[in-house]
Design a protein. Sequence first.
Length: 366
Amino acid sequence: MAEKETFSQKLEKARQEGNKLLEMQILSEYGNQLLQAGDANRAIDLLRRALSISTQVGDRNSQVNILGNLGTAYGHSERLDEAIQYFKQALAIHTDIEDKKGEAADLHNLGNIYSSLGEYSKAEEYYQKALSIKDDTNDKRGVASTLANLATVYSSQGNPAEAIENYQKAISISQELNDSYGLAVYLSNLGATYRDLGEVEKAKNSLQRSLAIMEEIFGKSHPYVATTLSNLGSLYQSQGDYVQAKRCFDRALEIQEYVLGKEHPATASIYSNLGLLMMDMGQLGKAKEYLETALSISQKMLGDNHPDTAQSLNNLALLYWQQGNYAEARKLFKKSLKILEMVLGVDHPSVRLVKNNIASLNAESK
């Protein structure tokens, strides 16, 4: 049996043959594989090389697809300004060739990026444009997705009534399409909105419905189930039901460690939740153990300059603050702030949150 050619061998063969189109295809396909595997930085390198060839040979269809994938890759790397530029380039081509589906996808992606940056007015503008196209082309599943993202923007802008209305519309469309996964996701988001409003029973009902659907679709040991359990745990925590909250977080942690491993960003997120819960319960020693584990995983898997690492530093600073160790808390808050400003920019909501923490700490420690 002949040995399967490696990526490098395929690429070298295409180069020797002078087959630019094949070389571009190999670079693009392997770049997309790396992107799907979570290796955004290596994906960017290959996709940029593929883009250069597509521009040389004038293959606009390949070019626009690569531009969109590069936008996604830069988004995953938290290099959001660059993501915006690539999505805008893709949008210009899709508009020029009158590809409405591609145009709507680019607009939706731009809405996602601006939402991540906390530029909610711009996010709403792009989502509304995407929604209009999806509505005109009868893309009902796409309409539901954009409605849900608009709901997130409205919630972030302090307009929960508008958010709830949009989630309910998305839920209605998902039910009409028998889209169980979409239904479960939107119910979970609706539950989180109700939780933030203090409407406990509505929140609990939505989250429990979401959990039941997720378990039916994926089984009881799936990362999506763990995410919904985490949302439910946060609800119980907000109501002071720490026993139920811990049960949800413990089960979520068990799933993530089993499926994704102990050293995974999603696992780190559950450790953070448990650490913050232990703080509420007054078990500060256990809280420190969980929060330090979360920080260690983030640093190892994502690096020292990732927003998740900054969030872990912020959480640990909150613990030191609660212990009255103002000097160590201030040190970690400032370290978190430096990372967030460098990666996300000075106007991002996460940056403002840490600045507020520092200001409150300084006022209390005078």
